[in-house]
Write a protein that binds this ligand. Structure first.
Ligand code: HEM
Ligand code: HEM
Length: 229
């Protein structure tokens, strides 16, 4: 009996446990960061009564900073895992290198036709297709680095000039980007950059789960890309 292309490619273990745990913890942090960040930028009306009885804005900022620490540490661990994990764990960092190959652009065009409903069946990708990988690198990876750098630069301002955050981030990020207000605005715009990625990302994973023959959302739950019967 000869094996079909699908049987040769699948099932394949794509997302190892550390990647799956990172993905879901990071997605949860994104929700907390976006909600609290939005409220920092557009604060709620002041709460009535004696000011010393309330700490609402303090809790909002605390939740933002706590989620920010987790988000940043998880990202650093994700970069470390790219050196230790399987070949799929490197995909979202390798796009600038892959872009120099003909195969990347062939896959990019082929997947683009599928997205535009010009091609009924997508190719059987084991990891990310080239368009998804490009979005993950240019929107998610670069966006996250930008948010961590600008976020800690703003955080260092609050902690003071003697703090580690000021010395490591604020000292060069604030003069480079044009001081506090500009950094606030750019950090705020960065949120929308990541939220646009998130909205398209969630739409695409559900769409591909329905439109293709392979497991998509299931792969980020149990790790395996399988062929749906
Ligand atoms: C994807 C991740 C993040 C999102 C979506 C996000 C979103 C936001 C937004 C929208 C604001 C309001 C900016 C304004 O209009 O003034 C803000 C403020 C701030 N964020 Fe983030 N942020 C993220 C990550 C971080 C990180 C990693 C840190 C590091 C500690 C951080 C620290 C801060 C600080 C210090 C402020 C200013 C708080 C204040 O002035 O009261 N953020 N964030
Ligand atoms: C309900 C919410 C979400 C669902 C259902 C979801 C689902 C998925 C799935 C199925 C994959 C694998 C895609 C593939 O096989 O090519 C994936 C990967 C990914 N997702 Fe999400 N996701 C969600 C939220 C988020 C959020 C909020 C972010 C960050 C802003 C995010 C960032 C990523 C990244 C960067 C990858 C690539 C992971 C890697 O290559 O290691 N996701 N997601």
């Amino acid at each position: 009996m000869t094996l079909s292309t699908h049987d040769k490619l699948f099932p394949v273990y794509v997302f190892e446990a550390p990647v799956r745990i990172w993905h879901w913890v990071m997605a949860l942090c994104m929700v907390v960061l976006a909600v609290t960040g939005y409220l920092i930028g557009s604060p709620l009306p002041s709460v009535g009564g004696e000011a010393s009885n309330h700490f609402l804005f303090g809790y909002i900022r605390f939740a933002h900073f706590a989620a920010a620490y987790i988000f940043a540490v998880m990202f650093v661990l994700r970069v470390v895992w790219a050196f230790m994990g399987n070949r799929f764990s490197r995909q979202m960092f390798m796009v600038p290198v892959d872009m120099f190959t003909r195969e990347f652009w062939r896959g990019f065009t082929s997947q683009g036709k599928h997205y535009l409903f010009m091609k009924r069946h997508a190719e059987p990708w084991q990891g990310h297709n080239p368009i998804a990988a490009a979005a993950m690198f240019f929107m998610y990876t670069l966006g996250t680095v930008f948010m961590i750098i600008t976020g800690f630069a703003l955080y260092g301002e609050g902690l003071g000039m003697e703090s580690w955050a000021f010395k490591m981030f604020s000292s060069w990020v604030l003069p480079l980007l044009g001081y506090s207000q500009n950094v606030h605005t750019l950090h705020h715009l960065g949120m929308w950059w990541l939220l646009i990625f998130t909205m398209v990302h969630i739409y695409m994973v559900f769409r591909e789960d329905i439109m293709t023959n392979e497991s998509i959302i299931g792969a980020m739950v149990n790790g395996w890309r399988t062929v749906k019967k």
